[in-house]
Design a protein around this ligand. Structure first.
Ligand SMILES: NC(=O)c1ccc[n+]([C@@H]2O[C@H](COP(=O)([O-])OP(=O)(O)OC[C@H]3O[C@@H](n4cnc5c(N)ncnc54)[C@H](O)[C@@H]3O)[C@@H](O)[C@H]2O)c1
Length: 339
């Protein structure tokens, strides 16, 4: 039985709670949150993805306001770090140094040197650090990547990705709308697609981005073209300036020579393969969602299973570099190479 601690019990902390709670080989024994009203506040529905709203059973769970105390007093095997992004690096390193495995939410951190510090701490500790790039584990998105890799429908010609939401209003002290703390829409929301593009096609040679600024001066909406040598047209659009009644859209179109793969969470069915010859169909996908499946992957690694690497720390760091290049492209108005 793995003893689990959840650090930061907001929207994502409750999402991780749901996933850990659903396993019979893990037990949540501790929660760390600076908010002294965390029990009461956990009854409020927050976030832009369903799953974090179920009632929390706090019995048998010790609550700590401070990570150091929690790590000193509990015998933990794994912590989920679901803190605001500016706290990822320090808390991850602290947890690894006390000898626990860490699942840290995306983005890995705000800046490359902090990511490098996290990678070094993971190597020194001999513990597993996994970054929560859940889209790589999202059943339909994992199957879409497999279909592309199989090559049955020919070469990939183009792909487009969209992730659009109303402004996130739920975060602790509004940290999400603070560029210094969240990295803005590009690092918080749009990175899901930059990372998936990397997962699907490898690192682009360069990016060309355009951005619209929001009221606070940071970006509110970003569109990027990822440049590859073989003329594939790959774009991703991310924004959190949609009107509140819009809700949330995560979608993609992957255009292959002999089929188009479509996912759009606002449609039913959300997932379709449309072959050039024949009717559209929805492929079978594994059960669970990306959050459940990424935790399952981590547990299997902890148990010593040898698995194909779905996500590596170097790739998580690389996603930060790609987004940094996108920001540089917006700043300079030019194409920026990925080093
Ligand atoms: N994978 C995804 O789909 C996804 C979706 C949303 C957010 N995220 C990521 O999850 C992380 C958390 O985002 P969120 O939306 O849950 O934010 P949130 O504001 O809802 O939750 C953060 C929690 O951390 C607590 N906290 C703040 N400072 C603390 C400290 N020093 N010690 C202990 N607790 C502290 C807050 O009280 C709050 O409960 C971010 O990195 C974000 O980018 C990932």
């Amino acid at each position: 039985m793995l003893n689990i601690g959840v650090v930061g019990f907001g929207f994502m902390g409750r999402m991780h709670y749901r996933c850990w709670k659903g396993r019979d080989d893990a037990k949540i024994v501790a929660i760390c949150d600076i908010n002294e009203n965390v029990v009461e506040d956990s009854k409020k529905a927050v976030g832009n993805v369903a799953g974090a709203e179920e009632a929390i059973d706090f019995s048998g769970i010790n609550i700590y306001p401070d990570l150091g105390k929690m790590l000193a007093q509990e015998k933990l095997d794994v912590v989920s770090i679901t803190l605001p992004t500016f706290l990822h690096a320090d808390s991850t390193v602290q947890a690894l140094e006390t000898g626990v495995h860490v699942l840290c939410e995306k983005p890995m951190s705000l800046h490359v040197p902090e990511c490098e510090r996290m990678i070094a701490a993971a190597k020194d500790s001999g513990k597993i650090l996994q970054i929560g790039h859940c889209l790589r584990f999202w059943p339909e998105w994992a199957v879409a990547r497999q279909i592309v890799a199989d090559g049955k429908y020919g070469k990939l010609l183009a792909a487009s990705f969209r992730r659009l939401s109303a402004p996130p209003t739920w975060s602790h002290e509004n940290w999400l709308m603070n560029q210094q703390r969240s990295g803005g829409v590009e690092l918080d929301l749009h990175i899901h697609d930059s990372d998936y593009v990397q997962y699907l096609l490898g690192t682009p040679r360069a990016v060309c981005s355009f951005g619209a600024k929001g009221a606070g001066g940071g970006l509110a909406h970003i569109v990027t073209q990822y440049l590859y040598d073989d003329n594939m047209v790959i774009t991703a659009e991310g924004g959190w300036a949609m009107a509140p009644s819009f809700g949330f859209e995560m979608s993609m179109n992957i255009i292959l020579e002999k089929a188009t793969i479509v996912y759009d969470c606002t449609r039913d069915p959300a997932f379709k393969v449309c072959p050039v010859d024949g009717d559209a169909f929805t492929p079978e996908v594994p059960s669970g969602d990306g959050y459940i499946r990424q935790i399952d992957h981590l547990v299997r690694l902890i148990n010593g299973e040898s698995l194909p690497p779905v996500t590596t720390l170097e790739q998580s760091l690389n996603s930060i570099k790609i987004v940094e290049a996108e920001k540089e492209s917006i700043r300079t108005g030019g194409i920026v190479s990925i080093k």
